[in-house]
Unconditional design. Structure first.
Length: 286
């Protein structure tokens, strides 16, 4: 009897993208090589995914870089994948960064533990007082387009709104107070299962990460957003900051192509994460 043919996976990555503080190529070479033990894997640039995906059983979107750099090609890929029922990992139904950062406004308005966020001129007054405010694009990533505005100039942001009177949107940007947080911490999940946590002790060195021993209260915080996102399959990273009062606040819910910092993990943790990812991907493709 012949051996079963392993599922064919198109692994989407931009190996040449130079991310600040991270080496996409190293992580994807490692992860794709490990996936080859269970799948037939071919890699491609994100701009080629729509053209190639029809020859595969599924598509794994990994360190493909900020979508803003290839928006037209990504929209084509997303539209065709949804229309043709292509299995994509992560599934394209994510409500986090995959759909833009507008979810931060929704979560903030709902009273969840998120950095206060607004996207309307009339709502600027709802933000807490701060020396500076962060203005970031809704479709931004990797700090692209982010800028800081002093409190004295906050009212000027109303001029970015849609024409037609007061209370209009602020265009394609969000506004948040600049929080003097103690550190950032990231929680990594496969499906709804927690895998590991890493944190950056120095707020000015986001990608100098060390292992973090997540407490029950930390995981309860992170799972609020994993449950809210309702993704049955996939890898998600919950990024948070420790506010001055000790509370964790969500920074972002990365559900499109979260960098995993696999090189910082001990071998046991890394192997367990990859094994759990294989189980998750097999379940999606079946």
């Amino acid at each position: 009897m012949s051996a079963a043919v392993p599922p064919r996976v198109l692994y989407v990555t931009d190996l040449a993208y130079e991310a600040r503080g991270r080496r996409y190529c190293d992580e994807d070479i490692l992860l794709s090589s490990r996936l080859r033990r269970d799948f037939s894997v071919a890699t491609c640039h994100p701009a080629d995914a729509a053209r190639l995906m029809g020859e595969f059983d599924g598509v794994v979107v990994r360190n493909s870089g900020p979508v803003i750099h290839y928006r037209k090609q990504y929209d084509d890929f997303r539209g065709r994948a949804l229309a043709e029922g292509v299995r994509v990992y992560n599934p394209l139904t994510g409500r986090g960064d995959m759909a833009g950062k507008g979810y931060l406004v929704e979560l903030s308005a709902a009273g969840l533990p998120v950095i206060p966020t607004v996207d309307r001129a009339d709502d600027l007054g709802k933000l807490p007082d701060a020396d500076e405010y962060v203005v970031k694009p809704k479709d931004g990533a990797d700090s692209i387009g982010m800028r800081f505005v002093p409190r004295a100039r906050l009212a000027e942001l109303g001029g970015l709104g849609e024409p037609g009177g007061p209370g209009g949107g602020l265009g394609d940007v969000l506004v948040q107070p600049r929080i003097p947080f103690s550190y950032e911490v990231s929680f990594y999940f496969v499906d709804h299962d927690f895998q590991y946590a890493l944190h950056a002790p120095d707020p000015d060195r986001r990608w100098e990460l060390v292992p973090y021993e997540a407490r029950t209260v930390d995981l309860d915080f992170a799972r609020k957003f994993i449950d809210w996102n309702t993704l049955d399959h996939g890898i998600q990273r919950v990024d948070a900051c420790r506010a001055p009062d000790g509370e964790l606040l969500l920074v972002e819910l990365e559900d499109l192509n979260p960098f995993l910092s696999l090189e910082l993990l001990d071998e046991t943790t890394r192997d367990a994460f990859i094994a759990r990812t294989v189980v998750s991907l097999r379940a999606l493709l079946s």
